[in-house]
Ligand binder design. Structure first.
Ligand SMILES: *[C@@H]1O[C@H](CO)[C@@H](O)[C@H](O)[C@H]1NC(C)=O
Ligand SMILES: *[C@@H]1O[C@H](CO)[C@@H](O)[C@H](O)[C@H]1NC(C)=O
Ligand SMILES: *[C@@H]1O[C@H](CO)[C@@H](O)[C@H](O)[C@H]1NC(C)=O
Ligand SMILES: *[C@@H]1O[C@H](CO)[C@@H](O)[C@H](O)[C@H]1NC(C)=O
Ligand SMILES: *[C@@H]1O[C@H](CO)[C@@H](O)[C@H](O)[C@H]1NC(C)=O
Length: 885
């Protein structure tokens, strides 16, 4: 059987089905994941490369910051006004959304002496923690905003009057609305005057809560229970309206997105799981059961994985909901990385809103079960679910049965939803795979815009921000995703903390610790030739043959649209035929004998291969020629025979049309300066006036043109900006990588790595086998052992998402690899230590009451309530199924 396929073992025990990792395949699973990760994903795995890279100094990028003010991480765009509201540390700004460098208003909100004193007393830093970080900026009505800040670890909220841009000074308690800790994850959204937030309810940040605050009598919140929320990192929340025309009178719903620690998987250490949770807007809590608690809180697993490589992206960092007219046109976009960050991959997954709705309205529930003295797990609930369906919003059907609000729901339904907030069915991405995978970046933010192209088709354009201040722009073209461009949006290499998009100003706004940046959504005018404009495949841009400019379609009057040229599959043959370049257009360069000559050639496209020709024949990189960064040509100690004609050619393959587009980027005529001429020709830094820039000259290229010289940009993945304001290293080939030695080195490195890896892996397998034999390893292994020794278990259909667990093994596995290099006793104690941690060994908390600490207990405590204390609970791995262990 395919070792990459990991089947689940399902054991039927009455009305519950226990999903487990397939023990008998565990070894293969680890192997598969290991090989898959190392060899497939990071070297040959699919990943997108931006075609064009722009510098930060692009004049179209506008920046705002004020001296002494930091953490511009909360942004709010006004629909009606020309305003971008910015919440920073101790300050709120109103900027013009047309031009963020224009500051229209500012208000300071600082913390008083006594809260600071309290905060420092509790051990927080006066300079950083005990300040007021504005984290909530939401519209209340057209005159006021609702504002909350961390306020020295005592969150407070207030109203901001827009007329005079001043705070009302009400100082409402912000507990549950805003985080205490400015660095803790957090989300909030205002819906019809009520604030929905996901944050921590206590000073320690250990009591997670999803809550709703309203002027109405009380707040509604989640149960304090690991089955409801288990160390979540909130990333996003938004409302999905059903609309008045909803056939069955369904309620509006608020969706939350977060990553939490899994309760349902057996795992070494903490396995993170991305989740989507939902509550109904009309929820009032229960009458007796779930009083002042959500009666509609349900959550499901979000899956973002590459099933064929067994690779799982299990940490969600941001979500954007692209709202369509109908539910089925609404798409949820999320950016993910893997918990095992060293792989260096980020992914964008898209989810169909109707599929999400389907899971919540029809999905099976899971339940917590203690199975025969084994450890606590979550299993599918196969019994009868009470009616009305637990967690469902009130609809016409229920109203007919006289259930007009959640207060009328029967106790049975409420008790059920209280104990079963987790659904078994996962939310699968559209196409069952990520839309986009990018190497060597950590995406932090995502926004998506639906763009109408020249041919009236609609395309989703995905903007992703990274932790290094870079913005990627990708377009979904049919099944494929093309990465149009990247730009170093922030001056410094720092995370993009917030990203917003405004269709009316056609701008993106990025907030970071050091400022706010505004950038256009497209840089069409930067493409200087027709083929560059077309090969970019940017749905915002088209070529105007009349003015010979690449233009933004949105800026062209509709009667002139017909003359524009756009081809989103990159067919540059649609461009008008360019005039053939004549020799007299070549730039003349004259150097002294023995000095060196630099011939620049600017290549915009990272997808293009560049070659140089002299006197019409291909140049190889033999002395005295040297291909330099930015694809220029450097000729050392120019001699008489080096004189002649030099041309820089680029070949770009447009995969969607299966054509190569060849063009001449620059042409030079190199001559020697006669020694007795007195004027010195400054060769260095000759302005690379690109001859024939933009002239498509496929006709000019010889028929037998082959790119033998690999002066290609190797797949480059991300910008690694150097410090300060320096634009990051030029994207194009570093000289080393194009030299044959370097290539050889890389290849032999790869082989050596593979060899080393296999060696370590064998050692690791040996260690596992030994420890398994010696019964040092925890149950999965024991079960493997049992399986090998003959216990038979039924394998059912493979579920790719379970590979999450297997993928997780990698973490531990690498630890073990380290262990194997030490003496055997060491490694076994190491492994023995492993088994005492991380299992789902929490005692059964009765309905969310965690024994150790009370509600909202603010006293510092050495252990977080949810932490599993490995030492205090000795675990007996006596599994009834495995008499051998
Ligand atoms: C606030 O900004 C400062 C300066 O850039 C940074 O060092 C700090 O980590 C930021 N704090 C938070 C909570 O984002
Ligand atoms: C979402 O699913 C529905 C029903 O399966 C389908 O009609 C719709 O086209 C899908 N939408 C998207 C954006 O894929
Ligand atoms: C991504 O983030 C992880 C963890 O913060 C870090 O170790 C890694 O170096 C980052 N990768 C890149 C390419 O920035
Ligand atoms: C190019 O041709 C000229 C004569 O046509 C010759 O002198 C020169 O050496 C040639 N240069 C190269 C680099 O081949
Ligand atoms: C395009 O050019 C590349 C090298 O420049 C070559 O390997 C490839 O075969 C060409 N493809 C087509 C379809 O001509």
């Amino acid at each position: 059987m395919n070792p990459y396929t990991l089947a689940d073992t399902m054991t039927d025990k009455g009305n519950v089905t226990i999903p487990k990792l397939s023990e008998s395949n565990m070894g293969f699973g680890v192997l598969g994941v290991f090989l898959g990760l190392l060899l497939e994903v990071s070297t040959h795995g699919p990943h997108a490369i931006p075609r064009t890279s722009w510098k930060h100094r692009d004049p179209e990028v506008m920046e705002f910051s004020e001296p002494g003010i930091f953490n511009y991480s909360t942004l709010l765009l006004s629909d009606e006004r020309d305003a971008l509201y910015v919440g920073a540390r101790e300050a709120i700004f109103e900027l013009s959304k047309k031009n963020v460098t224009v500051r229209n208003n500012k208000v300071l909100w600082q913390v008083g002496e006594s809260p600071i004193a309290m905060c420092t007393l509790k051990g927080k830093s006066k300079e950083t923690d005990c300040l007021n970080y504005i984290r909530v900026l939401q519209v209340v009505d057209d005159q006021r905003l609702y504002v909350c800040g961390t306020h020295a670890f005592q969150p407070q909220c207030d109203y901001l009057t827009l007329a005079d841009f001043s705070l009302e000074g009400r100082a409402e308690d912000g507990r549950g609305k805003c985080s205490f800790d400015p660095s803790q994850s957090f989300t909030a959204v205002m819906v019809d005057g009520e604030l929905y937030s996901g944050t921590a309810y206590n000073f320690l940040g250990s009591e997670p809560i999803i809550s709703r605050y309203s002027p109405s009598p009380y707040m509604l919140r989640t149960e304090y229970s690991t089955s409801w929320l288990n160390e979540p990192s909130f990333v996003f929340a938004d409302v999905i309206r059903e609309g008045e025309n909803s056939a069955d009178g369904e309620d509006d719903k608020i969706y939350y997105f977060f990553t939490e620690v899994s309760v349902e998987y057996e795992f070494f250490g903490n396995l993170l799981i991305p989740r989507v949770a939902r509550v109904c807007k009309g929820d009032q809590g229960g009458q007796r059961t779930l009083q002042k608690k959500w009666t509609s809180f349900l959550k499901a697993k979000l899956v973002c994985s590459m099933p064929e490589l067994n690779f799982v992206f299990n940490v969600v960092h941001d979500v954007f909901i692209l709202k369509g007219a109908r539910l089925r046109d609404t798409v949820i976009y999320g950016v993910f990385t893997s918990q095992w960050g060293n792989v260096g991959l980020s992914a964008v997954c898209a989810y169909n809103m109707s599929a999400v709705d389907e899971v919540f309205s029809k999905g099976k529930y899971m339940q917590k079960a203690t199975v025969e003295q084994s450890h606590t797990k979550w299993v599918r609930y196969n019994g009868i679910t009470p009616s009305p369906r637990p967690g469902a919003c009130i609809n016409s059907h229920m109203r007919q049965k006289n259930i007009n609000s959640s207060l009328h729901l029967p106790d049975k339904t409420l008790q059920f939803v209280k104990d079963h907030p987790l659904l078994e069915d996962p939310v699968l991405p559209i196409g069952n795979r990520p839309r986009l995978i990018t190497k060597d970046v950590n995406y932090t933010q995502v926004v998506v815009e639906r763009v109408r192209a020249l041919d009236e088709s609609i395309y989703d354009v995905i903007f992703t921000g990274t932790d290094k201040g870079v913005l990627h722009k990708s377009v979904v073209l049919g099944g494929e995703v093309h990465m149009v461009e990247e730009i170093q949006l922030l001056k410094n290499s720092e995370p993009i903390k917030n990203l917003l998009l405004s269709s009316d100003t056609r701008s993106l706004y990025a907030g970071s610790d050091s400022g706010v940046v505004q950038s256009p959504t497209a840089f069409c005018s930067r493409y200087q030739s027709c083929d560059d404009c077309i090969l970019a495949r940017d749905p915002y841009c088209a070529w105007d043959p009349q003015t010979s400019h690449c233009v933004k379609i949105s800026e062209i009057p509709s009667q002139q649209l017909r003359r524009l040229i756009q081809s989103l599959n990159g067919d540059a043959d649609k461009c008008p035929k360019a005039p053939v370049l004549s020799l007299k257009d070549y730039q003349r360069v004259s150097v002294k004998p023995g000095s060196s000559a630099e011939l620049p050639c600017l290549v915009r496209s990272n997808a293009a291969q560049v070659t140089w020709k002299s006197n019409g024949s291909l140049l190889t990189e033999a002395s005295p020629f040297h291909f330099i960064r930015e694809n220029g040509l450097l000729i050392y100690s120019v001699a008489a025979e080096d004189q002649g004609r030099y041309e820089c050619w680029s070949v770009e393959f447009a995969s969607a049309v299966g054509k190569n587009f060849t063009r001449l980027l620059a042409g030079y005529i190199l001559t020697l300066d006669v020694p007795h001429t007195s004027d010195t020709f400054q060769t260095h830094g000759v302005e690379g006036k690109v001859v024939a820039d933009g002239v498509l000259t496929s006709a000019l290229a010889p028929q037998n043109f082959t790119a033998a010289v690999q002066l290609t940009s190797p797949p480059r993945s991300s910008l690694t900006p150097s410090s300060g304001t320096e634009w990051p290293p030029e994207p194009h080939v570093p000289p080393e990588s194009s030299s044959p030695e370097a290539e050889y080195l890389q290849r032999s490195n790869g082989t050596a790595l593979l060899f080393l890896f296999l060696l370590f892996f064998l050692l690791f397998l040996a260690a596992v086998a030994y420890n398994c034999y010696m019964q040092y390893l925890p149950p999965p292994c024991l079960r493997l052992r049992a399986a090998l020794l003959g216990t038979h278990k039924k394998s059912e259909a493979a579920q790719p998402e379970y590979s999450a667990c297997e993928a997780g093994l990698m973490d531990t596995a690498s630890d073990k690899i380290a262990a194997t290099s030490r003496p055997p006793q060491n490694s076994s104690t190491n492994l023995r230590a492993l088994r005492d941690t991380g299992y789902e060994t929490e005692p059964e908390y009765v309905n969310g009451r965690v024994p150790s600490h009370g509600f909202g207990d603010e006293s510092p405590s050495p252990q977080k309530p949810f932490d599993v204390d490995g030492d205090s609970q000795s675990i007996q791995f006596a599994d009834a199924d495995e008499p051998y262990c």
